[in-house]
Design a protein around this ligand. Structure first.
Ligand code: FAD
Length: 506
């Protein structure tokens, strides 16, 4: 369905990735009558909206779904399209129902130490994180049977655990995945977050429906203007609350296009520099472990399909987030003819916390349109001296971790092109007060507006190194609290007849 069937809802959510879907689910669960419109510029890929593409069993069908998510232009990682951004060359977006949440790896570590947001009370944030883990079906033990994972963690623990509190020691990576009764794994897409809301008539999901702008009357958001990307038809739709969850690069674009332009909009852009390295476990360790556990292959002789994923948590003393992935799940490409036992090859990815500055930003040009007719983006991004020093430190740390695990397969750890982490943050960040360095308050309400929320990694104000989606889903849970209070305060929805628009004005 492209254009919404009605012109009046209680809540409109723009962007159907994990954070937009969280607003839908929280409002649906906690408000008995609210009607919600969830719209996305991209296509619906599967019957259940937002199913993770890795759950599509047929490889050809899966590849088709990935291509459909990329849209026109150069493809990045499967399911993503690269932006033309020389200073952030690997910057990419997904455009499909489920957003990047239909393509992600599902690593869901909790933030710690300096990654936490000082002005959000600890206990409240912990409760939001717990709810986010429920919504995403996070499980740290789904791959306990993965070959050699215990051995990899034992080696990492020996190197990193001394002096750490129990909850920040080396551990299995919490992953958004469900183990089915037959032992197979289902990755969490946004179908999991939406749950029963997706099938209820109170919730409408409009795909191929591009939001052109948020409509404001005075300081109050009263709806959106949308375009059917198939027919080009446009329509204005009203609501008592609008949530823009259109990713960290396109949420500020939509605010800009709507005339909502606080000084911090698009600034403090923050992507985690990512260092990678590959090693293999020594042969004697592989042989000994195989003899002891016999766990390298399933009962039927097949390789255990997903190998272990381990976590070296960020701490202020070790200001990196380590994601350690064995073979099948590793992003490091491996030659087919290595002849190495599956699970014995270990890819290490160390994510650094970026030195955050207002100069790193995405800005928009009112005189040039992008492929969708929205103001064209331009990204300014550089590594500071502190970033470069941190990157060198991270390379050293990952080389030490690699040496503790086994034998290097790369000459030395290397830095991926900027933007590779796909963890863009900060462009509509939250703040404790409206002092010009933030776009929204700690409940994600855009400063100096009413009825307008922003969601996504873009609201995170701190220099996280960990994968940010769990945090941004937790902040969406927090924002939904305020949105529900707003619905209570503003009373009942009023319906309006459909109104067709001529092609859009900026
Ligand atoms: P998105 O999921 O990006 O969704 C935004 C949606 O907004 C898109 O569907 C888009 O079509 C829509 N949209 C944009 N503009 C408009 C408009 N004008 N009108 C209508 N709709 C619009 N994160 C982790 O934490 N852990 C991981 O392990 C991890 N692995 C990843 C692996 C891969 C291969 C990828 C691609 C991403 C990974 N990520 C990971 C990142 C993670 O997927 C994102 O952090 C998460 O999806 C962000 O959620 P979101 O709701 O903010 O935005």
């Amino acid at each position: 369905m492209s254009l919404p069937s009605s012109t009046a809802y209680d809540v409109i959510v723009v962007g159907s990735g994990p954070t937009g879907s969280t607003y839908v689910r929280e409002v649906y669960d906690r408000h008995p009558t609210a009607r919600i419109l969830l719209l996305d510029a991209g296509p619906r890929l599967t019957d259940a909206p937002g199913t993770h593409v890795k759950n599509i069993p047929d490889p050809a069908e899966r590849a088709r779904a990935q291509r459909a998510s990329e849209g026109p232009g150069p493809a990045g990682r499967p399911g993503t399209r690269l932006l033309d951004a020389p200073e952030l060359p690997a910057a990419a977006v997904s455009t499909n129902v489920g957003g990047m949440g239909a393509h992600w790896t599902g690593a869901c570590p909790r933030p710690g130490d300096g990654e936490r947001i000082g002005f959000v009370p600890e206990a409240e944030m912990d409760a939001h994180l717990t709810r986010a883990e429920q919504l995403l079906h996070v499980d740290a033990h789904a791959f306990d049977r993965a070959p050699f994972a215990d051995e990899v963690r034992r080696r990492l623990s020996t190197l990193f655990d001394a002096g750490r509190p129990a909850h920040r020691r080396v551990a299995p990576m919490p992953l958004a995945v469900t183990t089915r009764p037959d032992g197979a794994h289902a990755w969490s897409g946004t179908d999991v977050i939406l749950g029963g809301a997706a099938a209820d008539e109170r919730v409408e999901i409009a795909d191929r429906c591009l939001c052109l702008r948020v409509v404001l009357e005075g300081d109050t958001a009263t709806g959106v203007v949308v375009r059917d990307t198939v027919t080009g038809e446009e329509r204005q739709v009203t609501a008592r609350a609008v949530v823009v969850a259109a990713d960290a690069l396109r949420t500020p674009q939509l605010l800009h296009a709507s005339g909502v332009r606080p000084p911090a909009l698009g600034r403090y852009l923050n992507d985690q520099p990512q260092i990678v390295y590959a090693v293999r476990l020594p042969d004697d360790v592989v042989a000994a472990h195989r003899a002891v556990t016999g766990r390298t292959r399933d009962e039927d002789g097949a390789i255990v399909p997903q190998s272990g994923v381990s976590w070296v948590p960020y701490t202020d003393a070790h200001p990196f987030h380590g994601q350690v992935m064995q073979l099948d799940a590793s992003p490091v490409p491996l030659a087919d003819d290595t002849g190495i036992e599956p699970g014995a090859v270990v890819g290490l990815g160390w994510f650094c916390a970026k030195d955050i500055t207002a100069d790193d930003r995405i800005e928009f040009d009112d005189t040039t349109a992008d492929a969708h007719g929205l103001p064209a983006p331009r990204i300014h991004y550089r590594y500071s001296d502190r970033d470069l020093a941190g990157i060198e430190q991270a390379k050293k740390a990952v080389a030490e971790a690699g040496a503790a695990i086994g034998i290097p397969l790369d000459d030395s750890p290397f830095l991926l092109p900027a933007g590779s982490s796909l963890h863009y943050q900060g462009t509509t960040r939250m703040g404790a007060v409206d002092d010009g360095t933030s776009v929204c308050d700690s409940h994600s309400r855009v400063w100096n507006t009413r009825g307008l929320w922003v969601a996504g990694n873009n609201v995170i104000p701190t220099a996280t190194a960990c994968n940010p989606t769990l945090t941004s889903v937790a902040l969406a849970v927090r924002g939904a609290d305020a949105l529900l209070a707003h619905l209570e305060a503003t009373g009942n929805r009023s319906a309006a007849p459909p109104s067709r628009l001529t092609p859009s004005t900026p």
